[in-house]
Design a protein around this ligand. Structure first.
Ligand code: SF4
Length: 238
């Protein structure tokens, strides 16, 4: 009818997306420019890159480039930068993979994965976070015991920053719904049986019905690289 405005009903934003956005906006207002988001390019991390970029928030974005990532991960990194017009910086270890082999022996991840993660992930991140006040992560509470014990905003005593976890209450289905609805690029490895993706030597596909993180450090009593390990649980989770 001419002259009559017709209200088009749009699907309302889900509560978990609104809550994540609110927390990101608060983090940027409170801590920018000393706030860093690190991603390993899992689906949740890709969703957060999209949220931060779409909201145009002044949040620094970086990844821990261990030098051992899948070629698909490096390709996704460039794809996200191009799609969202953001720079995702590289945080690198002191030693290259070759140098580490000379210092500690070859394939350290097979003999001492905790030390390998410490050298290639934990120490580089600790050095980087020394320049920041707040650290945003894409952990979800249902992933591991350590992550289930986290809070949306908490003090990370080990890295000396405020740790902010906007997706803590999201489920895997929440993440996949978001990336589907918003066309967020994700790793092609997910469709090949890799729900959780890390370094090539420590990531295997997961069979139907297995824990989604069962492919990480398969055969080793290790569920975390150490970045999100909580001191009180470390003794049983190391
Ligand atoms: S995930 Fe594996 S290869 Fe990567 S840093 Fe940890 S132990 Fe080393």
């Amino acid at each position: 009818m001419p002259g009559v405005a017709i209200a088009v009903e749009r699907p309302s934003k889900t509560a978990n997306v609104a809550a994540a956005e609110e927390l990101l906006v608060w983090a940027a207002r409170t801590y920018a420019p000393r706030v860093l988001f690190t991603t390993a390019f899992g689906a949740a991390g890709c969703a957060l890159v999209a949220l931060i970029a779409d909201l145009r928030l002044p949040i620094d974005i970086a990844t821990l480039d261990t030098g051992l990532l899948f070629p698909e991960t490096y390709a996704l990194w460039r794809r996200l930068e191009a799609r969202y017009g953001v720079t995702i910086r590289s945080i690198t270890p002191e030693e290259s993979v070759t140098e580490q082999a000379a210092t500690h022996g070859p394939r350290l991840w097979e003999r001492a994965p905790d030390l390998c993660c410490e050298l290639r992930k934990v120490r580089p991140l600790a050095k980087e976070l020394a320049r920041f006040d707040a650290w945003i992560t894409s952990i979800r509470g249902d992933e591991t015991r350590d992550r289930g014990a986290a809070a949306p905003v908490e003090k990370d005593a080990r890295f000396g920053v405020v740790k902010i976890n906007p997706l803590l209450t999201w489920t895997a289905e929440d993440v996949w719904r978001y990336v589907r609805e918003h066309g967020v690029p994700t790793s092609p490895l997910h469709a090949r049986g890799f729900p959780s993706i890390g370094c090539v030597p420590c990531t295997t596909p997961v069979a139907q019905g297995e824990d989604p993180r069962a492919g990480r450090w398969r055969g080793v009593a290790k569920t975390e690289c150490g970045l999100h390990r909580r001191p009180a649980l470390a003794a049983t989770n190391a």
